[in-house]
Design a binder for this molecule. Structure first.
Ligand code: DGL
Length: 268
Protein backbone atom coordinates (compact mmCIF):
# COMPACT_ATOMS: atom_id res chain seq x y z
CA UNK A 1 0.00 0.00 0.00
CA UNK A 2 1.59 3.26 -1.07
CA UNK A 3 -0.55 5.68 0.91
CA UNK A 4 0.44 9.02 2.34
CA UNK A 5 -1.02 10.89 5.34
CA UNK A 6 -2.57 13.70 3.31
CA UNK A 7 -4.95 11.40 1.40
CA UNK A 8 -8.60 11.58 2.55
CA UNK A 9 -10.57 9.08 4.62
CA UNK A 10 -13.59 7.59 2.82
CA UNK A 11 -16.68 6.82 4.88
CA UNK A 12 -19.86 5.22 3.61
CA UNK A 13 -23.29 4.13 4.76
CA UNK A 14 -26.60 3.19 3.17
CA UNK A 15 -27.71 6.74 3.80
CA UNK A 16 -27.07 9.45 6.31
CA UNK A 17 -26.78 7.38 9.51
CA UNK A 18 -23.03 7.01 8.98
CA UNK A 19 -22.73 10.76 9.44
CA UNK A 20 -22.79 10.06 13.20
CA UNK A 21 -19.50 8.20 12.75
CA UNK A 22 -18.13 10.81 10.31
CA UNK A 23 -18.84 13.55 12.83
CA UNK A 24 -17.01 11.73 15.63
CA UNK A 25 -13.96 11.28 13.35
CA UNK A 26 -14.13 14.90 12.19
CA UNK A 27 -14.08 16.27 15.75
CA UNK A 28 -11.38 13.94 16.98
CA UNK A 29 -9.13 14.35 13.93
CA UNK A 30 -9.92 17.77 12.44
CA UNK A 31 -6.84 17.63 10.16
CA UNK A 32 -8.29 14.68 8.26
CA UNK A 33 -10.21 15.36 5.06
CA UNK A 34 -13.32 13.21 4.79
CA UNK A 35 -15.16 11.96 1.72
CA UNK A 36 -18.56 10.64 2.72
CA UNK A 37 -20.83 8.58 0.49
CA UNK A 38 -24.46 7.85 1.45
CA UNK A 39 -26.14 5.33 -0.82
CA UNK A 40 -29.55 6.97 -0.50
CA UNK A 41 -30.66 5.43 -3.81
CA UNK A 42 -30.56 1.96 -2.20
CA UNK A 43 -31.57 2.79 1.37
CA UNK A 44 -32.38 0.89 3.56
CA UNK A 45 -29.68 -1.81 3.42
CA UNK A 46 -31.19 -3.49 6.48
CA UNK A 47 -33.95 -5.12 4.41
CA UNK A 48 -31.70 -6.20 1.51
CA UNK A 49 -30.04 -9.55 0.87
CA UNK A 50 -26.35 -9.94 1.73
CA UNK A 51 -25.58 -10.32 -2.01
CA UNK A 52 -27.26 -7.03 -2.90
CA UNK A 53 -25.44 -5.22 -0.06
CA UNK A 54 -22.09 -6.67 -1.19
CA UNK A 55 -22.68 -5.44 -4.73
CA UNK A 56 -23.42 -1.88 -3.51
CA UNK A 57 -20.39 -1.91 -1.18
CA UNK A 58 -18.05 -2.99 -3.98
CA UNK A 59 -19.11 -0.15 -6.23
CA UNK A 60 -18.94 2.48 -3.46
CA UNK A 61 -15.51 1.30 -2.33
CA UNK A 62 -14.27 1.49 -5.91
CA UNK A 63 -15.55 5.08 -6.09
CA UNK A 64 -13.84 6.02 -2.81
CA UNK A 65 -10.58 4.47 -4.00
CA UNK A 66 -10.84 6.51 -7.19
CA UNK A 67 -11.02 9.55 -4.87
CA UNK A 68 -7.64 8.41 -3.55
CA UNK A 69 -8.79 7.48 -0.03
CA UNK A 70 -6.14 5.98 2.25
CA UNK A 71 -8.77 4.32 4.43
CA UNK A 72 -12.41 3.29 3.98
CA UNK A 73 -14.69 3.23 7.01
CA UNK A 74 -17.78 1.09 6.51
CA UNK A 75 -20.04 3.22 8.72
CA UNK A 76 -22.98 0.84 8.50
CA UNK A 77 -23.53 -2.33 10.49
CA UNK A 78 -25.58 -4.01 7.76
CA UNK A 79 -22.77 -3.39 5.25
CA UNK A 80 -20.03 -4.33 7.74
CA UNK A 81 -21.81 -7.65 8.45
CA UNK A 82 -22.36 -8.56 4.82
CA UNK A 83 -19.35 -7.12 3.04
CA UNK A 84 -16.30 -6.43 5.24
CA UNK A 85 -14.50 -9.76 4.61
CA UNK A 86 -15.22 -9.59 0.90
CA UNK A 87 -13.96 -5.99 0.62
CA UNK A 88 -10.74 -6.92 2.44
CA UNK A 89 -10.13 -9.73 -0.07
CA UNK A 90 -11.17 -7.82 -3.15
CA UNK A 91 -9.19 -4.64 -2.45
CA UNK A 92 -6.23 -6.24 -0.69
CA UNK A 93 -3.31 -3.83 -0.53
CA UNK A 94 -5.28 -0.90 -1.99
CA UNK A 95 -6.60 0.78 1.19
CA UNK A 96 -7.20 0.14 4.87
CA UNK A 97 -10.74 -0.95 5.74
CA UNK A 98 -12.45 -0.39 9.09
CA UNK A 99 -15.81 -1.90 10.01
CA UNK A 100 -18.14 -0.78 12.78
CA UNK A 101 -18.71 -4.22 14.33
CA UNK A 102 -15.29 -5.19 15.71
CA UNK A 103 -14.74 -2.03 17.80
CA UNK A 104 -18.11 -2.57 19.58
CA UNK A 105 -17.39 -6.27 20.11
CA UNK A 106 -14.01 -5.39 21.65
CA UNK A 107 -15.67 -2.84 23.93
CA UNK A 108 -18.05 -5.53 25.24
CA UNK A 109 -15.21 -7.93 25.96
CA UNK A 110 -13.11 -5.26 27.69
CA UNK A 111 -15.97 -4.22 29.99
CA UNK A 112 -16.74 -7.82 30.93
CA UNK A 113 -20.50 -7.58 30.38
CA UNK A 114 -22.35 -10.88 30.90
CA UNK A 115 -25.79 -10.31 29.40
CA UNK A 116 -25.58 -8.20 26.27
CA UNK A 117 -28.53 -6.99 24.18
CA UNK A 118 -28.06 -6.14 20.49
CA UNK A 119 -30.56 -4.10 18.48
CA UNK A 120 -30.01 -3.65 14.75
CA UNK A 121 -31.51 -4.02 11.29
CA UNK A 122 -32.80 -7.37 10.00
CA UNK A 123 -29.65 -7.80 7.85
CA UNK A 124 -27.30 -7.36 10.83
CA UNK A 125 -29.33 -9.56 13.18
CA UNK A 126 -29.80 -12.36 10.64
CA UNK A 127 -26.03 -12.43 10.05
CA UNK A 128 -25.60 -13.08 13.84
CA UNK A 129 -22.25 -11.31 13.49
CA UNK A 130 -22.30 -9.81 17.01
CA UNK A 131 -23.30 -13.07 18.68
CA UNK A 132 -20.66 -15.06 16.77
CA UNK A 133 -17.82 -12.62 17.34
CA UNK A 134 -18.59 -12.08 21.05
CA UNK A 135 -19.00 -15.82 21.67
CA UNK A 136 -15.70 -16.54 19.90
CA UNK A 137 -13.93 -14.22 22.33
CA UNK A 138 -15.88 -15.20 25.44
CA UNK A 139 -18.28 -18.16 25.51
CA UNK A 140 -19.75 -17.04 28.84
CA UNK A 141 -21.35 -13.84 27.53
CA UNK A 142 -25.05 -14.22 26.77
CA UNK A 143 -26.00 -12.31 23.60
CA UNK A 144 -29.66 -11.39 23.10
CA UNK A 145 -30.40 -10.09 19.60
CA UNK A 146 -33.47 -8.23 18.42
CA UNK A 147 -34.19 -6.89 14.93
CA UNK A 148 -35.66 -3.39 15.18
CA UNK A 149 -36.39 -2.56 11.52
CA UNK A 150 -38.68 0.41 12.18
CA UNK A 151 -36.02 2.44 13.95
CA UNK A 152 -33.75 3.48 11.02
CA UNK A 153 -36.59 4.70 8.73
CA UNK A 154 -38.27 6.38 11.72
CA UNK A 155 -35.06 8.31 12.49
CA UNK A 156 -34.43 9.12 8.79
CA UNK A 157 -37.90 10.67 8.75
CA UNK A 158 -36.95 12.91 11.66
CA UNK A 159 -38.86 11.08 14.43
CA UNK A 160 -36.35 10.74 17.24
CA UNK A 161 -37.67 12.76 20.13
CA UNK A 162 -41.39 12.73 20.68
CA UNK A 163 -44.34 10.48 21.30
CA UNK A 164 -44.04 8.45 18.11
CA UNK A 165 -40.41 7.46 18.64
CA UNK A 166 -40.99 6.96 22.38
CA UNK A 167 -43.74 4.48 21.75
CA UNK A 168 -41.83 2.55 19.01
CA UNK A 169 -38.70 2.42 21.21
CA UNK A 170 -40.66 1.23 24.28
CA UNK A 171 -42.36 -1.39 22.22
CA UNK A 172 -39.06 -2.87 21.05
CA UNK A 173 -37.15 -2.55 24.32
CA UNK A 174 -39.88 -4.22 26.36
CA UNK A 175 -39.48 -7.39 24.27
CA UNK A 176 -38.81 -10.38 26.60
CA UNK A 177 -35.61 -11.19 24.67
CA UNK A 178 -34.07 -8.04 26.16
CA UNK A 179 -35.06 -8.77 29.78
CA UNK A 180 -32.22 -8.62 32.34
CA UNK A 181 -29.53 -7.27 30.02
CA UNK A 182 -26.60 -5.35 31.57
CA UNK A 183 -25.64 -3.59 28.34
CA UNK A 184 -27.27 -2.75 25.01
CA UNK A 185 -25.38 -2.38 21.74
CA UNK A 186 -26.85 0.15 19.34
CA UNK A 187 -25.69 -1.86 16.32
CA UNK A 188 -26.91 0.54 13.67
CA UNK A 189 -25.25 3.85 12.91
CA UNK A 190 -28.63 5.60 12.93
CA UNK A 191 -29.30 4.81 16.57
CA UNK A 192 -27.03 7.37 18.33
CA UNK A 193 -29.83 9.84 17.58
CA UNK A 194 -32.17 7.94 19.92
CA UNK A 195 -29.55 7.16 22.57
CA UNK A 196 -31.04 9.67 25.01
CA UNK A 197 -34.51 8.18 24.66
CA UNK A 198 -33.10 4.68 25.15
CA UNK A 199 -31.23 5.88 28.24
CA UNK A 200 -34.44 7.35 29.59
CA UNK A 201 -36.20 4.02 29.07
CA UNK A 202 -33.56 2.13 31.09
CA UNK A 203 -33.10 4.94 33.65
CA UNK A 204 -29.34 4.36 33.77
CA UNK A 205 -29.66 0.66 34.74
CA UNK A 206 -28.25 -0.61 31.44
CA UNK A 207 -25.05 0.61 29.75
CA UNK A 208 -25.79 1.81 26.23
CA UNK A 209 -22.94 1.52 23.70
CA UNK A 210 -22.89 2.93 20.17
CA UNK A 211 -20.27 2.88 17.41
CA UNK A 212 -19.31 6.55 17.26
CA UNK A 213 -16.60 6.76 19.93
CA UNK A 214 -15.17 3.27 19.57
CA UNK A 215 -14.92 3.56 15.77
CA UNK A 216 -13.19 6.94 15.82
CA UNK A 217 -10.70 5.49 18.35
CA UNK A 218 -10.08 2.53 16.03
CA UNK A 219 -9.56 4.83 13.02
CA UNK A 220 -7.07 6.88 15.05
CA UNK A 221 -5.26 3.77 16.29
CA UNK A 222 -4.83 2.27 12.82
CA UNK A 223 -3.78 5.52 11.12
CA UNK A 224 -1.29 6.24 13.84
CA UNK A 225 0.17 2.68 13.68
CA UNK A 226 0.52 3.03 9.92
CA UNK A 227 2.04 6.55 10.18
CA UNK A 228 -0.87 7.86 8.14
CA UNK A 229 -2.32 10.55 10.43
CA UNK A 230 -2.74 13.79 8.45
CA UNK A 231 -0.68 16.71 9.71
CA UNK A 232 -2.41 19.42 7.77
CA UNK A 233 -5.90 19.47 6.31
CA UNK A 234 -5.93 19.31 2.49
CA UNK A 235 -9.17 20.93 1.30
CA UNK A 236 -12.80 20.66 2.34
CA UNK A 237 -14.77 17.55 3.24
CA UNK A 238 -17.18 16.19 0.61
CA UNK A 239 -20.55 14.63 1.28
CA UNK A 240 -22.00 12.65 -1.63
CA UNK A 241 -25.34 10.88 -1.94
CA UNK A 242 -26.43 8.56 -4.74
CA UNK A 243 -29.91 10.14 -4.75
CA UNK A 244 -30.40 13.73 -3.65
CA UNK A 245 -33.54 15.17 -2.06
CA UNK A 246 -33.86 18.32 0.04
CA UNK A 247 -35.33 16.21 2.81
CA UNK A 248 -32.08 14.14 3.00
CA UNK A 249 -30.14 17.39 3.25
CA UNK A 250 -32.30 18.64 6.13
CA UNK A 251 -32.07 15.36 8.04
CA UNK A 252 -28.33 15.10 7.33
CA UNK A 253 -27.78 18.23 9.41
CA UNK A 254 -29.29 16.49 12.45
CA UNK A 255 -27.06 13.46 12.01
CA UNK A 256 -23.88 15.48 11.49
CA UNK A 257 -24.67 18.09 14.13
CA UNK A 258 -23.79 21.00 11.85
CA UNK A 259 -24.60 22.43 8.43
CA UNK A 260 -23.31 20.46 5.49
CA UNK A 261 -23.85 20.45 1.75
CA UNK A 262 -24.87 17.18 0.14
CA UNK A 263 -23.91 16.62 -3.50
CA UNK A 264 -25.53 14.12 -5.83
CA UNK A 265 -23.06 11.57 -7.21
CA UNK A 266 -24.45 9.09 -9.72
CA UNK A 267 -22.10 6.15 -9.63
CA UNK A 268 -24.57 3.47 -10.76
N1 DGL B 1 -27.07 2.60 9.19
C1 DGL B 1 -27.40 1.25 8.82
C2 DGL B 1 -26.70 0.25 9.76
O1 DGL B 1 -25.84 0.63 10.56
C3 DGL B 1 -28.88 0.95 8.87
C4 DGL B 1 -29.78 1.64 7.93
C5 DGL B 1 -30.28 0.78 6.80
O2 DGL B 1 -31.02 -0.18 6.99
O3 DGL B 1 -29.89 1.10 5.68
O4 DGL B 1 -27.00 -0.91 9.71
Amino acid sequence: MNSNPEQPIGIFDSGIGGLTVANAIHHFMPEERLIYFGDTAHLPYGDKSADAIRYYCLRISKFLLEQNCKMIVIACNSASSAAYDMLLDFFEGKALFVNVVDPLVNAVIKKDYRNVGVIATKATISSSIYRNKIKTLNQKVKVNQLATPLLAPMIEEGFYSGNISKSVIENYLSHPDLDNIDSLLLACTHYPLIKNEINEYYKGKVDILDSTDVVKDEVYRILSEENLLAKKRQGEDSFYVSDFTTSFEQTAKNFYGEELKLEAMHIW
